[in-house]
Design a protein around this ligand. Structure first.
Ligand SMILES: Cc1cc2nc3c(=O)[nH]c(=O)nc-3n(C[C@H](O)[C@H](O)[C@H](O)COP(=O)(O)O)c2cc1C
Length: 374
């Protein structure tokens, strides 16, 4: 296919798959798309292991890495350990979260004990992660939630690696281009995970118009689960698409089976965009957990990265218990997923999903061409 993204990333079909799961990354790249590993959940040591595995299995096909180095956070000092961040979380927030668990018969005893994760990067941690990423043959490095750190852009330019950044508004897209990113990922409000409030249908032509003449290609994201949606986005000026949710129910994805099942049954109305998970708006599967955070007695979500210190530990316990059939946990369990969940109704291999995108894209393009025939 002809697209600046195919040239830039050395791929056949401009379908980008964001996944935290290395198997999905490998299968998508091998099938002609482009897998991007979400590094947010990994320590530097674990990321090294994952990327070594990808290098061994991807048969020389191109792939990328994605980080979360937010421009604005309540805590940005490198010296802030997870312990120090946790100390800043008011106890009544933890009590509120524990109360939700207890109302669903999930024991909340010691739920925060030993929880030591912060997925959002401070400057020093980002530097280490970026160094690990660049020690592998990546073709793209992406950043969510703001302009990538300048050293990330500088090293990428030196190494000939494309930089990408996710945005949800025209103003942010222009800032990214000014900072020197090579690819803008315009993500509509339908998207799973962090998202803005403008729908993909409006955002894509708006961003493509704003970046016209800049030479920076736009990838469309948010709600894209089929090749016909991909064709629609490319008809609006996108050079390809960036997808996340559709891979969560793939055969290779490590999404817990209980969540896969919930997603396969969910309609497009069963997600919610809320600040309650991380402090910034993100879209997730609606459940009694998310409903409790929207209720009038719920505390106002804390700024990033404090809110995650309230929510991640209880949700980890809920997921674990849901996996072994605990009824209350099964009701509460939730995950980031986009409105496209309503179009995800069966589990297929990642390779089959890529091939179906290709066939569906072709059929949609032929329908458009046929509409011009006399
Ligand atoms: C479970 C999940 C986790 C995500 N985590 C990240 C992340 O760590 N970094 C990131 O840049 N985007 C993340 N995203 C957003 C995706 O990169 C992508 O923009 C989004 O999924 C596109 O919309 P879609 O889900 O409708 O396909 C996540 C999305 C999901 C569904």
């Amino acid at each position: 296919m002809k697209s600046p993204i195919c040239d830039l990333l050395d791929i056949e079909f401009p379908l980008i798959a964001f996944s935290h799961c290395r198997d999905v990354v490998v299968e998508v790249s091998k099938a002609g798309g482009f897998g991007v590993l979400g590094a947010a959940r990994y320590s530097t040591e674990d990321l090294e292991v994952e990327l070594n595995w990808i290098d061994e299995h991807i048969e020389g096909k191109p792939y990328g890495v994605d980080l979360i180095a937010p421009t604005s956070m309540a805590v940005t000092e490198d010296s802030d350990s997870v312990d120090a961040i946790q100390k800043r979380v008011p106890q009544d927030y933890k009590d509120f979260a524990s109360g939700i668990l207890e109302r669903h018969q999930v024991d909340s005893t010691d739920v925060y004990e030993g929880y030591k994760r912060n997925s959002f990067l401070t400057k020093a941690k980002a530097g280490n992660i970026v160094d690990v990423a660049f020690s592998h043959p990546i073709k793209m490095i992406a950043n969510a939630l703001g302009v990538p750190p300048p050293y990330m852009i500088d090293i990428a330019k030196q190494k000939g690696v494309a930089t990408a950044a996710l945005i949800g508004t025209k103003e942010h897209a222009l800032k990214q281009v000014q900072a020197g990113v090579d690819i803008v990922v315009a993500s509509g409000t339908e998207a799973g995970g962090h998202c803005g409030d403008v729908p993909t249908m409006v955002l894509i032509p708006e961003i493509c118009g704003a970046l016209q003449g800049s030479g920076v290609p736009v990838l469309a994201a948010g709600g894209i689960v089929t090749g016909k949606q991909m064709a629609a986005c490319m008809a609006m000026g996108a050079a390809g698409v960036w997808t996340g949710s559709v891979w969560l129910t793939s055969a290779e994805s490590d999404t817990p089976p209980v969540l896969k099942e919930k997603m396969l049954k969910a309609s497009s109305r069963e997600t919610i965009r809320s600040r309650s998970r991380t402090g910034k708006h993100s879209r997730q599967l609606r459940s009694p957990w998310t409903d409790a955070w929207e209720a009038s007695d719920a505390p106002e979500p804390l700024p990033m990265p404090l809110q995650s210190q309230v929510t991640e530990a209880p949700l980890a316990r809920v997921t674990k218990l849901a996996e072994v059939g605990h009824d209350g946990a099964n009701q509460l369990v939730t995950s980031w997923v986009g409105q496209g969940v309503g179009l995800m109704s069966s589990t297929q291999s990642a390779k089959a999903i890529v091939y179906e995108f290709m066939e569906d894209y072709l059929a949609a393009s032929e329908r458009l061409s046929a509409s011009l025939d006399d």
